[in-house]
Design a protein around this ligand. Sequence first.
Ligand SMILES: *Cc1c(COP(=O)(O)O)cnc(C)c1O
Length: 434
Amino acid sequence: MSRTDFERFKLVNFTETNLTAAELDAIDPLRRFREEFHIPTTDRGEPQVYFVGNSLGLQPVKTAELLNEELENWRRLGVRGHFTGRFPWMPYHEFLTSSMAFLLGARDEEVVMMNSLTANLHLMMASFYRPQGKKRKIMIEGHAFPSDHYAVESQIRWHGLDPADALVVLEPDANAVTLDMDFVAQKIADEADELALVLLPGLQYYTGQVFDIERLTAVAHRHGVTIGFDLAHAAGNLRMQLHDWGPDFAVWCSYKYLNGGPGSVGGCFVHKRHVANRDLPRLAGWWGHDKQSRFRMETVFEPIPTAEGWQLSNPPILSLAAIRASLDVFRRAGGMEPLSQKTQQMTTFFRAQLAEKLAGKITVLTPPGPGCQLSLRVEDPRVSGRIVKEQLDLAGFETDWREPDVIRAAPVPLYNQFAEIERFVNRLVQIFEA
Ligand SMILES: *Cc1c(COP(=O)(O)O)cnc(C)c1O
């Protein structure tokens, strides 16, 4: 992408111009990246309008090639593929690290791709949830993703404590659906004496609300509380400066915005201040052991002094190859800066279209912010949200439904277009008219 394209695009003030969707697509500096993805088709053979990159990102065209390369290496080289070939399997995860760190604003030594999100969350809590006496509680949000909630409750029980006592759940005000950041900050400060850990999302999966990682981390640390983030919906979606913002740890998955493929390997961030700390307890495995002496097969654990020291097992190379293909697209697109720019333009356009054509019928639950997902709620009492969602499906508009009443639509800057947003809103209008 050329710098001047990007600058020109940035200068378009979306609230004041009357550019059409087609004109916006024509000046979009990222427009050519759409061709690097396979766009699923409808029964009629037309491309879907795919607004569920927040659930399963699309397949990069390059993925098959990188997977085939490793299948070929396995065929030709057998066990030697661990040490030979263009990208030997033994250090394969390392080939992903700097591209991943770049997207998060992290240092290389703080990042490792391994396991799955929930497994990583448990590993991180093994190290960073250390209840002691009165300081025993974990704070989460009331609408936390179920897996996070189960993981946290089970950790509390694992330590012989009772979630009824040791789980602090943040709930929005009676009439609100999102959490006020002042309120969250105040609660952390108020409860600090009893908090052992705060775990929050970078972007809330249901409402699309972005949490202020920098501010909440600062508050937690000022009060001596450890804080970690679930970045499932933030990685590959938000611009972050994870190292500078300084949370103790973070975890994410790679099959949503990161386009790594169904069930692909997750990620883990351990802040630099902790990576070489041998006093932190951890659940260890051989892949976390010092690389030079790993194969001496001795029994004294020497952790790698980076986030890699939390690895357990040798990772699934085919999944890592798919992630590598995807991270390569992100890198060539210029990383999160241009992507966030387009996200901002797209959501501004999306909100304006909804306000103009569907006022009073659809409300957007998502507060204005840098994420690309808008959570839509049907307000017309005669129309069921679920039926609207089904009608969208039939017409080739892929969104997702989250109980009790939200349609999530996420135009993704790498492969979605302004024209798709316009068609989506026009289709909603037709559905309401019918
Ligand atoms: C998608 C998602 C998960 C999924 O967990 P896996 O371990 O990858 O199955 C967990 N937490 C949040 C917040 C998510 O959005």
